[in-house]
Design a protein around this ligand. Sequence first.
Ligand SMILES: Cc1ncc(COP(=O)(O)O)c(C=O)c1O
Length: 352
Amino acid sequence: MARYFKKSVMSLAGYEPPPQERVRAKLNQNESPFDLPEEFKREVLAEAAALSWNRYPASESGALKNALAARHRLQPEQILPGNGSNQLLQTLLTAVIEPGDGLLFFPPTFGLFDLFATINGADKTAILCPPGRPFPLEQALAAIRTRVPKLILLCSPDNPTGRALSRPEIEAICQAAPGLVFLDEAYAEFNGWSGLSLLESYPGLILSRTFSKAFCMAGLRLGYLISRPANIAELRKAHLPYTVNLITEHIAVRLLARPELLEERVAWIVRERDWLLGELQEIAGIAAYPSAANFILFRCAECGSLFRRLKERGILVRDVSGYPLLENHLRVNVGSREENLWFLETLKEELS
Ligand SMILES: Cc1ncc(COP(=O)(O)O)c(C=O)c1O
């Protein structure tokens, strides 16, 4: 196989998608527990039926860029939509990293950072960030000075730890960075603060957003990058055309016109997350960390066996014990109240 494939690819274990089975409580992929309302789905699908499916979609997704620009008070030229934010991360690494270029990131963090950095041959520097402890800013700044990374990958709120970086932390990194700073904000809607307000001050800042979490559209695949127009123009060159299909674009534009649908759901998830955290913290044998996202990371003894026992009883959580520093950790996302109660009850029974 070495004749056929890059060494960097052959060295990978590969991304294993977590189980998608129908279960009593599916709490393993940080999805929204809420589907969009039936009447909304029927309306937008009828409208989508009237579109010309035989034609390519507008490759620039103009209507979507206009709607997103209006939402964030930006220019459409500051936005690059794609088939999920994962795909845009791949576009970013393709556009920026040549073999040997320095890349700084902060594990445990989003697993695809390491994967795409490896495939692109980046010279990786990893600063470990133990969950539940302050972000190691001084160490990060020292690494920026000595390693001079071309690209810094941040995730806030972070998956899987739930940690949010503060504005001063992000600003200190942007000020020190010699190259680009990428901030994955897949969970920003659950946090209440976003790096959007920093875009004007830091020309090397690129934000990433998704419709898969707060927007309840994981199945339709949509994400977007935000940066200054000159950065977006370069990223576009490395991005495939037509990655957003016309039905997804239509539905997203219609959803952006109904912000109340999302606001209610996000507010409920944030309240439920804080309640779930309180409940988890009461359980002996569990150490749960505060979270600014729609999921909670917790430590427990023999998490592999607990994960399997929960699964056998129809509760799917995420076993994150393979991440650096996360031995014996599981991650659970906020589900419906019914799912959360099943989860808590089953967890208590299994631990007693
Ligand atoms: C930090 C982070 N970024 C991006 C994604 C993926 O987003 P998308 O569905 O838009 O590809 C996830 C999904 O879990 C995530 O946790």
